[in-house]
Design a protein around this ligand. Structure first.
Ligand code: HEC
Length: 273
């Protein structure tokens, strides 16, 4: 009982209102404002600039091997970018592993261009208001090339199935100082933190909305944020140790989300608060 009281005290302190305790009017206003802002930016998503930078980077000869990324195989064959993001993460025979879009971009930078992996992933995310990192720009370009395409992660290879299954387990794995799992915040209806609705990511509808809109331009941070960033930031929300960029766990979680989101139409980079 005591433990329970302590937990709900923490939950309240954090502002997790499982009941509809947050002021409903403020909530509606905030949502309407964000919606209005999104509409205003619809024809001029600031992420467009990052996408353009990404496309230029993709085609530029760079690195010790002075090569472009144009022969990068994102799963649909060397050089095919169109529609690739909507089918990632997936299994790649050349590395005998499942990779998400960002890990595969890193892989191509290492194998085709000759960059050092440690160097490439040293600082994957830009600071608030800073210009996008190469990885952010490249991810933005790759995802833009899947806009409108249905999410369709393959689940054929045993390693693809295993990634999904581990992802599902990880999603429900509780731990850390608050004994939270992803599911503590993202399973069940009507949960929210402060004024943000928390999508139930175990359900196809909300999972589609989430998966199809990342990478996203975060207005509050003035930056394009990728799916790896989203996972990293939710690990932080969960008070878990820092999630490594491109780690197996990150790929497993993205696979779980992507498979749950099957059929949703890619609409990224989107604009988020
Ligand atoms: C303490 C609560 C909490 C935990 C635990 C948590 N998240 Fe989140 N999650 C959030 C918040 C808050 C947002 C952002 C909502 C916003 O900004 O509008 C979010 C957003 C997301 C989104 C984007 C949803 C969208 O539609 O844009 C995804 C995907 C996500 N979380 C996945 C996860 C995963 C995977 C885990 C487990 C590793 C996790 N979250 C753990 C609170 C949490």
């Amino acid at each position: 009982m005591k433990r329970l009281q302590k937990k709900s005290a923490i939950a309240i302190a954090l502002g997790v209102s499982v009941l509809t305790m947050a002021p409903a009017i403020a909530q509606t206003d905030t949502q309407a404002e964000i919606e209005r802002y999104r509409e205003m930016l619809q024809d001029g998503n600031p992420a467009d600039l990052t996408v353009m930078k990404g496309e230029a980077l993709w085609k530029e000869k760079r690195g010790p091997k002075n090569a472009s990324l144009e022969k990068c195989d994102l799963g649909k064959g060397p050089g095919v970018v169109k529609g690739a993001y909507a089918e990632l993460p997936r299994y790649f025979a050349d590395v005998d592993a499942v990779m998400d879009a960002e890990s595969r971009i890193v892989h191509c930078m290492v194998t085709l261009q000759g960059f050092e992996k440690a160097e490439v992933i040293k600082k994957p995310f830009s600071g608030a208001g800073q210009k996008a990192t190469d990885l952010e720009a490249l991810a933005g370009y790759v995802v833009e090339e899947s806009r409108g395409m249905p999410v369709n992660l393959p689940q054929n290879h045993p390693k693809e199935i295993a990634a999904y299954q581990r992802g599902e387990r990880t999603f429900h794995y509780r731990g850390g100082p608050f004994d939270f799992s992803c599911a503590s915040c993202h399973e069940g209806e009507g949960k929210r933190i402060r004024l943000q609705d928390l999508p139930d990511l175990t359900k196809p509808g909300p999972a589609q909305k989430a998966f199809t809109t990342w990478p996203a331009y975060r207005v509050s941070q003035g930056a394009l944020r990728t799916m790896q960033w989203r996972m990293n930031d939710c690990f932080r929300q969960q008070r878990f140790p820092e999630l490594k960029y491109g780690s197996q766990t990150s790929i497993d979680l993205i696979t779980y989300l992507g498979v749950t989101a099957k059929g949703g139409k890619m609409d990224s980079p989107a604009i988020k608060r």
